[in-house]
Design a protein around this ligand. Structure first.
Ligand SMILES: Nc1ncnc2c1ncn2[C@@H]1O[C@H](COP(=O)(O)OP(=O)(O)OP(=O)(O)O)[C@@H](O)[C@H]1O
Ligand SMILES: [Mg+2]
Length: 261
């Protein structure tokens, strides 16, 4: 087992009668590209919301790099290096691609967006933005309004915005949702490469089983807020409980995957 980055102890969440996190004892390891899968409503987004601070913790504890963060607000977790993207595209549509990237860069250096006009000549921030654009393959679109990008490019931009905050741990909630196959494979290549670069540990929520099995080094399977599978892709693919839970569900990709072998 590698070095623990984030650990939960008996993390629980209920929405009324629905249990979306059931005494979760989970560890995300540094540098291990981890996917979280499970049927609709399993609690995948809830888990990300709890770990990133978007939902208050009802019960249990969360540790990041050995320090408790259970009650830390979002911005303090971001400062410590825990970032996320959302299931729904979340960029500033009226700003250009490079302006979107500059926001977190300037925020990190303590400058507000308002001050941006005055320091637009500043080389460092721009150079850094350029580097990130290159990493997500959007250099050619730097001056395009975010709203004018294809859906796939908007999602890439989101990843770029998240990377600009220099995260240690980055959660991507269904990053390939709504992408065409070309955009999808490009994003996956990017995630793989960025993961290998080693600055950021990626945790990806994904429904497409082809994506999950080709991308992941570890897969966590959630069902009704509980972990019903956790292991290497090979192990999860052949796991009896996992197969049973997915049986009859629209997410039957695991079976298609097996049949294709
Ligand atoms: N803020 C909320 N208030 C009440 N119920 C909620 C809230 N957020 C989520 N839920 C419910 O909790 C359950 C788990 O939701 P969650 O979004 O975590 O699932 P998910 O695994 O991400 O599903 P999907 O694959 O559809 O995105 C669902 O039944 C959802 O309707
Ligand atoms: Mg979700």
């Amino acid at each position: 087992m590698g070095k623990a980055l984030i650990t939960t102890q008996k993390l629980s969440n209920h929405f009324g009668m629905i249990c979306t996190a059931d005494n979760l004892d989970l560890t995300i390891e540094e540098g291990v590209l981890t996917s979280i899968i499970g049927p609709n409503g399993a609690g995948k987004s809830t888990l990300i919301n709890l770990l990133t601070g978007y939902l208050p913790v009802q019960a249990g504890r969360i540790f990041f790099q050995g320090m408790e963060i259970t009650r830390l607000p979002v911005y303090k977790r971001v400062r410590r290096g825990i970032c996320r993207s959302f299931q729904i595209v979340n960029v500033f549509p009226q700003l250009t691609v490079s302006q979107n990237i500059l926001i977190p860069i300037l925020a990190l250096t303590g400058r507000s967006w308002r001050a941006f006009a005055k320091i637009s000549s500043e080389r460092d921030a721009h150079r850094e933005a350029e580097a990130i654009l290159a990493r997500v393959g959007l250099s050619a679109e730097r001056d395009t309004l975010a709203s004018a990008l294809s859906h796939g490019d908007q999602r890439l931009l989101e990843v770029g915005v998240a990377l600009a905050a220099k995260p240690t741990l980055l959660f991507l909630d269904e990053p390939t949702a709504g992408m065409n196959p070309v955009e999808r494979s490009r994003l996956l290549e990017d995630i793989r490469r960025l993961s290998r670069e080693g600055q950021t540990t990626f945790v990806v929520v994904e429904h497409d089983m082809d994506v999950v099995f080709s991308l992941s080094e570890r897969i966590i399977v959630l069902h009704r807020g509980a972990v019903i599978g956790d292991g290497l892709p090979e192990e999860i693919k052949n796991d009896k409980t996992v197969k049973e839970v997915y049986l009859g569900d629209e997410v039957s990709g695991i079976f298609r995957y097996d049949e294709g072998e």
